[in-house]
Ligand binder design. Structure first.
Ligand SMILES: Nc1ncnc2c1ncn2[C@@H]1O[C@H](COP(=O)(O)OP(=O)(O)OP(=O)(O)O)[C@@H](O)[C@H]1O
Length: 561
């Protein structure tokens, strides 16, 4: 109540005050008019009209000055980049990058409004490449541009595509986007962001990729790489596949492009970082894989389909035995057994599927193809990975039933897209952001398209020095020897020691069996018992005598289940 009374009193006081002020004002105005009338000698009407006219003019001038002042203020705040943006549609995408603020103040008589400022270069490039619509923009405040130092010199653009779009929209149009930057698809790489689907990381090189070689990686770099490196990407980072578990690799490319060197690099990296594994090598080029003979469980240098078939048979049998162990574990409700990884690497694989045109030759080729398909498809589950190389990626060089099974593909330079499809898959050019192998530079040896998990990456295989490879091989041999020595005494180990102590390459079954405690008199039974005890299939020497070669015993000792 008290408060209300107080308010009423306050408003009465206001009223009196204002009335007094008004009367005072009127008296002053009247006085000024009277003074002007006396000074100018005018009538009352003329004096009033003159004063009103002068006041109106002064008011108009004040309004005009205020409007100008506001326009001047707004003009000063408007960014140069925003003004440029209006014409940026026609500017070349390679124009110098301008820093632009997030928003612009629009001048004029209306209240100032805040709007997003487009990044002129990226907005123009992506609109022209039809990644974004003409009415969409790449916001300048969402763009980060960083230079990438040499070698692999270029620029990295990190930006957000407009809402409703993702980095895949850019990836799908990477060719046209590259064109807008005045370069080719080969100069351009997209990186996927893990934090935001709209985030796009675009790398644009200043010069053709792999123009300058990158130094071969060190042991430490290989060891710390998350996966198996296959080569350098365009800015010199190691690139490869995350694992070879349940995966096989097909490598295609014309002759002398660097396939064997790339696979030598792969084997070297596997020996450094993949842990313990068994290596089966079939050197169809006779000396392409020889450096790794000492560490291989089985090494063959041959272009004979029969040799290929015998290796495929051996590995299929090994795969089948592993499947049986898995079934056994499931039946007994035990955890799934783990197996030592096995790599079967075949250089110049096409030769092994060729036939002489006769019916018998065709039948042999079909049988071999079927066994190879089975190996590549089924053995993945049991840890046997196949790597096949071919310099003849022609339609029928490696049968479709075999090549369809490869998860990873590498294609070096080939002359046509048709040939590239054989190496990379029939639908390769319909995938996201494909890289066309015929566009690679054939003078850059080892440059290749790696296609894994639907993503294409341009890499260049490693070219390790012989000394480095020998060092790695010697380390592995020493490790294998130590493991063998430290392991329990087995009949196989005893047999090896026996042959080595006598300096023999070969020992007949008739001599080895009694030395290992087999007293069976029947030669057939004795042979079977010894083979079972050793876990090795016997062979024959030059004279046709059954027995065991030291190399086979070593190979069996190196390999696990
Ligand atoms: N990454 C690389 N850097 C430098 N030189 C390389 C690279 N890769 C391969 N080379 C060189 O290119 C030549 C051919 O290499 P390689 O023998 O590996 O090719 P290929 O494709 O296996 O050939 P072919 O199919 O005829 O057997 C070799 O002289 C090799 O030293």
């Amino acid at each position: 109540m008290g408060n209300k009374k107080q308010q009423v009193r306050v408003s009465d006081d206001d009223l009196y005050g204002q009335a007094a002020g008004g009367i005072g004002g009127l008296v002053i105005v009247f006085g000024i008019l009277a003074a002007i009338k006396n000074a100018l000698g005018l009538s009352w009407a003329a004096t009033v009209l003159l004063v009103v006219g002068v006041l109106v003019c002064l008011g108009w001038l004040a309004w005009k000055a205020r409007a100008r002042f506001r326009r001047w203020l707004a003009g000063e705040n408007q960014p140069a980049a925003a003004a440029k943006a209006a014409t940026a549609q026609d500017a070349p995408a390679t124009a110098a990058v301008q820093e632009a603020p997030a928003t612009a103040v629009i001048g004029g008589d209306q209240a100032a409004a805040l709007v997003a400022v487009p990044h002129p270069q990226l907005t123009a490039a992506l609109a022209k490449a039809e990644v974004i619509r003409k009415d969409e923009i790449i916001r300048a405040d969402e763009v980060t541009i960083t230079p990438v130092p040499a070698p692999g010199k270029g620029t990295r653009y990190d930006f957000l595509v407009p809402e409703g779009k993702t980095f895949r929209d850019v990836e799908k149009r990477l060719g046209p986007v590259a064109g807008m930057f005045g370069v080719t698809r080969l100069h351009t790489t997209m990186e996927r962001s893990r934090d935001n689907d709209r985030r796009t990381q675009l790398l644009v090189l200043d010069e053709p990729p792999h123009t300058r070689p990158f130094p071969a990686p060190t042991r430490q770099e290989i060891e710390t790489f998350a996966g198996v490196p296959l080569g350098h990407d365009v800015i010199g980072r190691l690139n490869g596949v995350e694992t070879f578990d349940r995966a096989s690799l097909l490598v295609g490319g014309m002759t002398q492009m660097g396939k064997t060197t790339l696979v030598n690099g792969l084997i070297t990296c596997l020996l450094i970082a993949y842990g313990d594994f068994d290596l089966y090598l079939l050197d169809g080029k006779f000396c392409g894989l020889t450096r790794f003979e000492k560490v291989a469980v089985r090494y063959e240098s041959s272009d004979s389909p029969a040799v290929f078939e015998s290796m495929v048979d051996e590995l299929n049998a090994r795969g089948e035995a592993r499947y049986e162990k898995k079934r056994e574990a499931i039946r007994n409700r035990q955890p799934e057994p783990t197996f030592k990884p096995v790599f079967f690497i075949v250089d110049e694989a096409a030769d092994f599927f060729a036939h002489d045109g006769t019916n018998a030759g065709r039948e042999d080729a079909a049988r071999i193809a079927d066994k190879a398909r089975s190996l590549v498809s089924k053995c993945l589950e049991s840890g046997i990975s196949v790597v096949m190389l071919t310099q003849r990626p022609a339609q029928n060089a490696i049968p479709v039933i075999v090549r369809d099974q490869f998860l990873y593909r590498v294609c070096l330079y080939v002359a046509s897209e048709g040939t590239a499809k054989v190496a990379l898959g029939d639908t390769y050019f319909e995938t996201i952001a494909p890289i066309s192998p015929p566009l690679l530079d054939p003078t850059i040896k080892g440059q290749a398209v790696l296609f894994a998990h639907g993503k294409s990456t341009l890499i260049r295989g490693f070219n390790f020095s012989d000394d480095f490879i020998w060092e790695v091989v010697d380390d592995v041999v020493a490790r294998q020897q130590k493991t063998l020595e430290q392991g329990p005494v087995t009949p196989l180990k005893q047999a090896i020691e026996l042959l080595e102590s006598q300096g023999l390459e070969f020992m007949p079954t008739a001599e080895l069996a009694p030395a290992l405690g087999i007293t069976e008199a029947n030669p057939g039974e004795r042979g079977k018992k010894l083979s079972r005890k050793l876990g090795v299939t016997p062979d024959k020497d030059d004279k046709g005598t059954r027995g065991y070669w030291i190399s086979d015993l070593h190979a069996a000792a190196k390999s696990g289940s």
